[in-house]
Write a protein that binds this ligand. Structure first.
Ligand code: B12
Ligand code: SF4
Ligand code: SF4
Length: 408
């Protein structure tokens, strides 16, 4: 940890250099380089502590407040650019974001490059984690071909609705504790910032070959959120090791669709999470048989990860499913959904976002993969008369799959 409070442009340049290098270096090497850069920038630097005259806020007080708000972990870092921005730009360049065009928009890339583009005058980034791993539903239920499987993160309430108000509360508390003029901006998931990279820099974990931010003693079943602020803090956190995967490659081999072509890189166009949630149109037919019974998201590359054995039951009650069908609804129910029943069943959960059409599309693929003739009548009805051409096409594909397996 080092202490500081930023005041000059030179200082920001200095932090940029340190931030960019911190994940690749041992802390001691980092400090030696820090001293050298500080000398060049004309900043006083003593044994890892940077002394400055401006008032700073207590990081420990923020930690306590974040814990009181229910967050499982918090890290605070200077608001410097992510050291993995280059990897992000290469990912976009390779088209691996698929149809998520918002990720490639120049204004969004500019925000990822410089947090000042989001909040002018930003000094610090408070990064929080909230654990969602409940894992209370038995594997036999989840992998039952009569059921559609939902990713663990979506078994309960929508995490945006839980985390954003708490981060806003933290911002309001910071304003109360200071002169009230500080600027703050809260983000959970939707913002143009590299959340995993900043979380790694803030000491919340390491990046796995499955690209997840993993805590070495608590696993990866955790959401991330950030509060950008113009406040400076008395103490800042240091990064954990960049990665701890070693020679393990379990996630790469377990991914059924080959969406992890190389370590630390995910081709969203092949990822079941993208195909079931983000992709609005037709699921590529060659990938459909590989999707098993997943109807919303996918947990395979986390389930096989050795660090997942350290996942602790979520402390947030709202993440627990109120019934088994919230984690693995019968496919027959999903194939029969209309707009009102979809709303009634999934309002307030992350699934509400994809609407009835996409969920029924996904259920058709799962039914086609089930090899169970009992779904043929419901699929025929959808293929013949559903209002959505997308649903009709996926239902027809599923019928052909069942017929090909001799069960249609
Ligand atoms: C787009 C997106 C997706 C896409 C693409 C995912 C991806 N891996 O790129 C899709 C739809 C597939 C997806 C799926 C999921 N997502 Co998502 N997603 C996002 C989003 C909005 C942007 C991610 C992004 O920028 N991707 C582009 C890549 C290039 O960036 P990156 O993921 O940060 O990867 C970094 C590392 O790979 C690193 N890196 C590159 N090379 C190297 C080399 C080494 C050696 C090292 C150490 C690091 C490293 O640099 C990259 C850039 O910083 C974030 C929220 C956010 N704003 O960050 C949530 C987010 C990443 N998703 C999240 C979740 C929970 C999921 C799912 C688990 C949901 C599910 N169960 O279905 C899956 C997990 C799939 C997976 N293995 O990643 C969480 C992850 C929390 C965590 N603990 O990591 C986030 C942070 C949302 C949140 N606020 O909690 N997601
Ligand atoms: S979430 Fe599933 S499909 Fe996506 S990379 Fe992980 S294992 Fe592969
Ligand atoms: S499964 Fe192995 S390689 Fe993949 S993220 Fe976990 S430890 Fe790393």
């Amino acid at each position: 940890m080092f202490q500081h409070s930023p005041t000059t442009n030179k200082y920001t340049t200095f932090l940029t250099i340190i931030g960019a290098e911190a994940d690749q270096m041992q802390q001691s090497i980092c400090l030696i380089r820090a001293a050298r850069h500080a000398r060049l920038a004309g900043i006083r630097f003593t044994g890892g502590a940077i002394l400055d005259l401006m008032p700073t806020f207590s990081a420990e007080a923020v930690r306590q407040q974040a814990a009181a708000l229910g967050f499982n972990q918090v890290g605070i870092i200077p608001a410097v650019p992510s050291p993995t921005l280059g990897a992000y730009l290469r990912w976009i360049e390779a088209g691996m974001h698929g149809t998520m065009v918002y990720l490639a928009r120049p204004d969004r890339v500019a925000r990822r490059r410089d947090l000042n583009a989001i909040l002018p005058g930003v000094q610090s980034l408070i990064v929080v984690a909230l654990e969602y791993g409940t894992r209370v539903v038995p594997e036999e239920v989840l992998s039952d071909p009569r059921r559609g499987r939902i990713s663990n993160y979506a078994w309960g309430r929508d995490y945006h609705d839980l985390m954003l108000p708490r981060l806003e509360h933290l911002a309001a508390w910071l304003r109360e504790q200071t002169d009230g003029t500080i600027a703050c901006r809260a983000y959970v998931d939707t913002g143009a910032i590299l959340e995993r990279s900043h979380a790694q820099q803030a000491g919340l974990g390491f990046i796995g070959k499955n690209t997840m931010l993993i805590h070495p003693r608590r696993g990866s079943y955790r959401f991330l959120g950030e509060l950008l602020t113009s406040l400076a803090f008395d103490v800042y956190d240091m990064p954990q090791r960049a990665t701890m995967c070693g020679t393990c490659t379990r996630c790469l081999t377990a991914c059924p669709t080959g969406a992890l072509p190389t370590p630390y890189q995910l081709d969203a166009r092949r990822c079941i999470s993208y195909l079931t949630i983000e992709l609005k149109g037709t699921i590529p037919p060659e990938l459909r048989p590989l999707m098993g019974n997943w109807v919303y998201g996918c947990d395979i590359c986390q389930e096989v990860c050795p660090f997942t054995r350290f996942v602790q039951p979520a402390t947030e009650p709202a993440f627990y499913p109120i019934e088994i069908d919230r984690a693995a609804p019968p496919l027959a129910d999903l194939l029969a959904l209309d707009d009102p029943t979809f709303q009634a069943r999934f309002a307030g959960t992350p699934i509400a976002r994809i609407r009835r059409e996409r969920l029924v599309r996904n259920a058709c693929v799962a039914a086609g993969n089930s090899g169970l003739a009992e779904f043929a009548p419901a699929l025929e009805r959808l293929a013949m008369s559903d209002d959505s051409p997308l649903v009709r096409e996926h239902a027809a594909w599923a019928l052909a799959q069942l017929a090909a397996s001799g069960r249609g």
